[in-house]
Unconditional design. Sequence first.
Length: 448
Amino acid sequence: MDDSKPLNKAFSKVDLDGHNLPPSPAPSSPSNGRRRYALATELVYTETKDQYGASSIPVYQSATFKQTSSKGGDEYDYTRSGNPTRTHLERHMAKIMNANRALAVGSGMGALDVITRLLRPGDEVITGDDLYGGTNRLLTYLSSNQGIIVHHVDTTDVERVREVVSDKTAMVLLETPTNPLIKIVDIPSIAKAVHDANNKALVIVDNTMLSPMLCNPLELGADIVYESGTKYLSGHHDIMAGVIACNDTSLGDKMYFTINATGCGLSPNDSFLLMRGVKTLAIRMEKQQANAQVLAEFLESHGFRVRYPGLKSHPQYDLHWSMARGAGAVLSFETGDVALSERIVEAAKLYGISVSFGCVNSLISMPCRMSHASIDAKTRKERQMPEDIIRLCVGIEDVHDLVDDLSRALVQAGAVTITLDGFHAVGATAQDGSTSSSNDTSSEPTLS
Ligand SMILES: Cc1ncc(COP(=O)(O)O)c(C=O)c1O
Ligand SMILES: N[C@@H](CCSC[C@H](N)C(=O)O)C(=O)O
């Protein structure tokens, strides 16, 4: 049977590859999806066609939908193919991300999986040398098992990308700021260089670290943007989710095909929770990044090497602010000593020792042991990931409490020397170049 032909009302649409597309979800349309108000307003403003005028989209907790005729083909038939709660979320996200189409799936990695299924064996992918560990793991799997050639280059340097881009390049995958080294990648320059060299190559941006509140990669030249909805979009660490957005409707159809074929669409309940979470994104992000700025300045002023794009000392400060509307709420700092970093992390009380970020609660972690442990030690060394690096993911708590708790943890861990003038980092990476060893516990202050 030729299954590429529309069979009946239920499969009236095929995508460019001839795949049958089920009837739902109806793609978000630019006409009903375009932003009209400031982002903070659009985040909370929604329109629904709910039969009772519910102001919050109901959870359509149903696997199947009764059809009005034996031909099927009503707007919804089966939740794997489409669900009204998910569609409502997807249309809202398309509006927020300034895209023609948004798709909601079960996690950020699920989103990258859907995107990379656009690849064919022999295709080449260019990506960074400082990447979230899970992204690195999926790309390594694709290169070992699926015949995809992956080039890891320093994407902070456009020339390094230009050197490897070719007619075999199918995707260029970027993160900015990178996780966890907080390096900045020039999306517009890379997108132009890649599209000039190969107009079929897709530029993909993982926007998890900034969220649509602070950056719109589609407006900077990206073809597809995705985010882990587990982070800022939902904001409470109570769901796993991923969102993909693009402006090319045929790409949207292809990715929707994969979502329906593999069954990774976001569940109705998680769609509801993500929809509820995203409404407070602006206010959360504003508070989180204000707190992060205070903590970054606090650590830097006490002699720690801090990586945060809100600090003028960040080597790519101007580049970051040319693309983004804020610095985000993830920063990392070094102590010069792994054991010392461990003591700081374990001494903190307000900051949960946890992977992830973007939550209302503040978190502290050691990326090389936790979020990025799936990158082997040799590769971490080659990529110059400091083993002692500590990542702070800042929440919405009272900033004085956050500073107090971090100060106490630094003192308790022996990370600072206390003088009459205050306290100062003892680690080898202190910004003033001092090399005093943190292993010299004779100089450790004691907690009063
Ligand atoms: C930058 C970045 N992208 C993608 C992901 C994957 O998201 P998820 O955990 O929702 O699969 C993460 C973290 O997990 C991340 O930090
Ligand atoms: N054990 C998990 C680690 C998830 S890390 C989550 C987040 N992206 C972060 O950077 O903290 C795994 O192996 O994926």
